[in-house]
Design a protein around this ligand. Structure first.
Ligand code: AMP
Ligand code: MG
Length: 276
């Protein structure tokens, strides 16, 4: 009797899993020089700390095995990643109930296949509850009073953002990517409450890149990496000014693209409901 298609698929999957486990075992036994030589042979970047290079080799090999066997390596797929990094009003020490207001709203639309940044959204927002920026906030973010005084309120910028999403995406799918949970769980949540805007659908399930990064490169310890830790581990130079929303977003996008090139399946890993 001929094997059924699903039997064939199951056999192929089992074979691929065995191959992968053998490859991972081999990579674990390799010296760093052997790993670097293999990455060079595969024409893959050798920039990065030792643990990064090791996981990169495993990730790239995993993608090759899946590609050769015609098996989809992940059920998740998206057309775009939308990298967002809000800056918000703040004090040197923010009381637990401090009502942050978003003052910078940058977003980069990254094509998940080509990894090109296809469109950029970038506006400052005028805070309403705390219209005067603390000198600490200006020093931290580089945003001055004049810039926000002449900006639209968040509500207006948010509407423009939703319009930008529609214009850029059409029918395409996307996932929001942030550096940590706070952009969504703190800044956007507070701002939407203040402005009486329902939380947008795209914020209910998103990617916290720190979590993705820690899991993929198998970083030890409890602590999640900072933006600079991630760039440092990948040996990617930090561009621009730390805590400038648009510069942070560009640096986050570079990390996202390297993760994807390294064979990481970047998928949503945070659910807003878990935080409320
Ligand atoms: P980031 O994306 O790390 O630039 O931070 C986003 C926002 O978090 C900033 O605009 C501030 O509102 C707040 N924030 C970040 N770092 C600090 C800090 N060291 N002290 C107080 N607030 C901060
Ligand atoms: Mg930032």
């Amino acid at each position: 009797m001929e094997p059924t298609t699903s039997q064939n698929d199951d056999d192929q999957l089992a074979n691929s899993k065995r191959t992968l486990s053998r490859i991972n075992g081999l990579v674990n036994e390799m010296t760093m020089q052997q790993i670097i030589d293999k990455l060079k042979q595969l024409d893959v970047s050798t920039n990065g700390e030792d643990n990064v290079l090791k996981q990169r080799l495993k990730g790239v090999m995993r993608e090759k095995v899946y590609k050769n066997s015609n098996i989809k390596s992940s059920k998740f797929s998206t057309d775009y990643y939308c990298v967002i990094d809000f800056e918000a009003t703040c004090e040197e020490v923010n009381p637990r109930k401090y009502k942050h207001e978003i003052i910078e709203f940058p977003a980069l639309m990254v094509n998940a296949r080509t990894l090109a940044v296809e469109s950029q959204f970038h506006f400052y927002c005028r805070p309403v509850m705390n219209p005067k920026l603390s000198s600490f906030c200006t020093k931290l973010t580089g945003i001055d009073q004049k810039t926000i005084d002449s900006a639209d309120a968040f509500k207006v910028v948010f509407q423009n953002f939703q319009k930008w999403l529609e214009d850029v995406l059409g029918e395409s799918t996307f996932v929001v990517v942030t550096d940590g949970p706070f952009d969504i769980t703190r800044f956007l949540t507070i701002q939407c409450k203040v402005d009486k805007i329902p939380m947008p659908y795209w914020a209910s399930n998103w990617t916290n890149l720190k979590r993705t990064f820690k899991a993929f490169y198998k970083l030890s310890g409890q602590r999640f990496p900072t933006l600079q830790d991630m760039l440092g581990a990948l040996k990617i130079p930090h561009d621009g000014r730390l805590h400038s929303g648009i510069d942070d977003a560009k640096n986050i996008a570079k990390i996202l693209c390297q993760l994807i090139r390294d064979g990481c399946q970047v998928k949503p890993n945070e659910i807003l409901a878990n935080y409320s």
